[in-house]
Design a protein around this ligand. Structure first.
Ligand SMILES: [Zn+2]
Ligand SMILES: [Zn+2]
Length: 279
């Protein structure tokens, strides 16, 4: 299986691969810049060369870059919308420099869901028109808090199909889907979500699973991640990991972390789920 964590870039990209190896990652996600600010620094050439050199021997593939949280590609504000598209364009370039294959962006928010969805697909097309490389944009499902769209897979299906470019897919975040109302704590709930994705989008468009348990209840529309198997999804995490249509995908945990021990505990849980399946 292809399993990893969101890895900190504190101190530079040179620190990413050692941190990933301590956690036995075979895939990783990083921020390429501060996720809560618009300002950013150019990537340091020496630093990213070290990252790439270390990665070549570490068998970590693919690499996902998560966009800053402040972007909103569904925004009805002209200024925020333009800034968000520009940010996405920059992120596509930075990902290419880092040899990362994917950029992840959350579905946006808007008072008018349909207008937001239309703006998001146009915005993605604009960014992809401007940057002709191989990096693929992945749209992440939301918990549907506030005015967020993308809490139903049909929304994501509309965006993916509506883009003129083919470099677009989705990320399935299990905590977000559960908070949005998908009953992932049971096998039936999991199967019906997978059927729905297959119907409105096609599972081949799912390029990554954010494998997070949820502190909040199903349908709460509140996004709070929990350790694998310790939250309200509980045993559902085990069923999802071993689901024939989910298991072949990369799994990345964005679970709570005080220090590395939290990650190692979650890794152990995942490894236990895999063994139980084999037995
Ligand atoms: Zn996520
Ligand atoms: Zn989340």
């Amino acid at each position: 299986m292809n399993i990893g964590f969101h890895i900190s870039t504190a101190g530079g990209f040179k620190n990413v691969i050692p941190r990933a190896q301590e956690r036995q990652c075979t895939t990783i996600q990083v921020f390429s810049r501060n996720p809560r600010r618009w300002e950013y620094k150019e990537l340091d050439q020496k630093d990213i060369e070290t990252f790439k050199k270390l990665r070549a021997h570490a068998h970590i593939d693919p690499v996902f870059i998560h966009m800053p949280y402040i972007v909103n590609l569904g925004s009805l504000s002209k200024d925020l919308y333009a800034r968000s598209i520009d940010s996405l364009r920059v992120e596509l370039e930075r990902s290419d420099q880092l040899n990362a294959q994917y950029v992840i962006v959350h579905a946006g928010s808007s008072d008018d869901t349909n207008a937001g969805i239309t703006r998001m697909m146009r915005g993605i097309d604009q960014a992809l028109n401007a940057v002709r490389n191989k990096v693929v944009i992945l749209i992440e499902n939301t918990s549907g808090s506030g005015r967020e769209f993308g809490f139903e897979f049909a929304h994501l299906g509309t965006i993916v199909r509506g883009c003129t470019h083919r470099r677009v897919g989705i990320v399935l975040d299990t905590a977000h889907a559960f908070a949005a109302g998908y009953g992932l704590d049971t096998r039936d709930g999991i199967n019906s979500m997978v059927d729905e994705i297959e119907h409105v989008l096609g599972m081949h468009h799912v390029h990554l699973i954010h494998f997070n348990d949820s502190k909040t209840a199903c349908g709460s529309r509140s996004d709070r991640h929990e350790h694998v198997g310790k939250g309200r999804i509980g045993n559902g995490m085990k069923y999802m990991l071993n689901h024939p249509l989910l298991r072949p995908k990369p799994f990345i945990m964005e679970t709570p972390r005080m220090n590395i021990n939290d990650d190692l505990k979650n890794l152990k849980t995942v490894q236990r789920y895999m063994k139980m399946h084999k037995a």
